[in-house]
Design a protein around this ligand. Sequence first.
Ligand SMILES: Nc1ncnc2c1ncn2[C@@H]1O[C@H](COP(=O)(O)OP(=O)(O)O)[C@@H](O)[C@H]1O
Ligand SMILES: [Mg+2]
Length: 321
Amino acid sequence: MQVDVELLKEFERGLDPARPEQSRIPARVLGYGEISTIFEIQADSVKNLACKRLPIFQTHDEVERYEQIYRDYNEILEKKIGINVPAYGFAWFTTDAGRIIAFDVQQKLPSASIGNRAIALLNTEDIRTLFMLVLHELQKVWVYNAANPKEALGIDGQISNWAISGFDPEKPAIGNSTQLLYFDTSTPMMKKDGVEQLDPELFMRSAPSFMLWLIRWLFLEGVMTRYYDARLVTIDLIANFYKEQRPELVPDLVKAANEFFAGESGVISVKPLTEKEIKSYYKEDAIIWIVFLALRRFDRWLHKYILRKPYAYILPGNIKR
Ligand SMILES: Nc1ncnc2c1ncn2[C@@H]1O[C@H](COP(=O)(O)OP(=O)(O)O)[C@@H](O)[C@H]1O
Ligand SMILES: [Mg+2]
């Protein structure tokens, strides 16, 4: 996909990180990631695109390397593993102040079709079907990884990372042949010759610098490796239903997942999941992110009032958990 770099540059020039909606070229925030902000920019050349702003790169080498991994990851998912991804592109530039800003650009998907929004419209039966569809998509990755352990891909199976193709919010329905798209490709975890290609340090840059040592020590290892593990990715997926305020669905989803793994033909073996471990995982995960966000806000405050330096990141408002 061709991307209008000049327009993105112009957007960045007028961007107000504290109030992105009021930027010179207006933009709507489609979502907040842990490291990126996803914009729908109001300009013709980027209409119907989701622009994921990544302010994390410090050198040209870093950003070029990332672009390569990002493109490879999308391509392997699509062509070798058989998971649909939206049309995508990539652009980066240096700002007037000398900062590198990169954008992952994607076809914009209808907001109602995105997993966490769709489950608000679907009945219990359809939610279960959607969940099974996600497990089937993820299974393609586990099978690929088992056959190509040195070229394995990590994937974040969260319900908010999938969109339902052809979803009609007026007549919400899901069937066994419904197609899903996976769009959270901005953290392209993948191995080559058994070596992780994505530098995890990149994704810690939005963390307050005074916290880096602690974060590294606390969960760097765990954060990257868990996306290669079928069991942990499934736990994370089911735990989303607590976050989405649907705890009543969890027991049934645990049962469905266990049946699925028991029935799949020997490629991967997954020890049965329990509701209890999903609940305690969720609590721990929620605390980590709440603390992390609070520290980032403190860091932003430090930049503004004490260090008097610009703060490059855009922080979400309160997230309901
Ligand atoms: N292509 C897209 N079209 C529409 N909304 C999107 C798109 N990509 C991301 N979003 C919105 O932004 C949120 C976060 O995007 P995602 O790519 O999952 O980033 P992260 O890695 O930070 O989770 C999504 O859950 C979704 O609501
Ligand atoms: Mg996501």
